[in-house]
Design a protein. Sequence first.
Length: 259
Amino acid sequence: MKKHDIHQMYQDSVQCVEAEIDFVKSTYLAIRGNNARFLREDFCGTGQTAGEWVSRDEKNRAWAIDLDEEVLQWGQDNILSELVSGAHLTYVKADVRESGVANMDVVLAMNFSYFLFMDRTMMRDYFISVKSSLEATGVFFLDAFGGYEAAKELTEERECEGFTYIWEQATFNPINSQMQCYIHFKTDDGVEYNRAFSYYWRLWSLPEIQELLLEAGFSQVDVYWEGTDEKSGEGDGKFKAAKVGTADAGWICYIVALP
Ligand SMILES: C[S@@+](CC[C@H](N)C(=O)[O-])C[C@H]1O[C@@H](n2cnc3c(N)ncnc32)[C@H](O)[C@@H]1O
């Protein structure tokens, strides 16, 4: 890996774009009976997920949207430049609510980025704008996290190749559900990247998100819950539509909304 590069470390520790795109591709196919082609990755960061999409199939096209010039440039230098089908991925510097990228089969809002919208009006407006960017046969995919440890002030560490990933839930205000989170990295040769990434967001609950998607005009909203590996008792990476989840300390799930 490229050493001492926070975007590389973020990708290596936070994202698993192969599994994400497997889920998006197979779920779209199961719902619509054909393959999605046009995908928009909102809050794209480096655009790694959009890059994975276009690398899967010659016919696929992707648009990667973010506000931050620096992260978009990193994506163009390190992801776009490595793609054989680079012309099929377009980076757009814009607010996700007004990128103008429409007629999509799929819109993605992953890694909880939409939690940055702090009130119901802002969230509903974002969802309305996504709905108007989708084909009638399109699908909106989001992820969410929660569980009784999600609202706790805590720090967790995970060893990765060449560095330690540190997730900190620094503050949580139960009155408005707003929280300050950080990602720190510590490389194996001792360099610390304190607060490499910082997120001030609201911990939204699944009922709130589902209700807002329906209020925004989506006709069907399903939560896809992760199965449990019988041996380890941990998540098995297989997400299925469900009406009942498990009251785990920490969970992530997908939400799938149809216009
Ligand atoms: C949590 S990162 C997500 C990166 C990547 N999507 C992932 O799955 O890991 C959030 C990103 O959203 C971007 N962002 C925040 N508000 C935005 C907005 N209103 N419109 C577009 N991008 C936004 C930030 O610049 C940042 O790169």
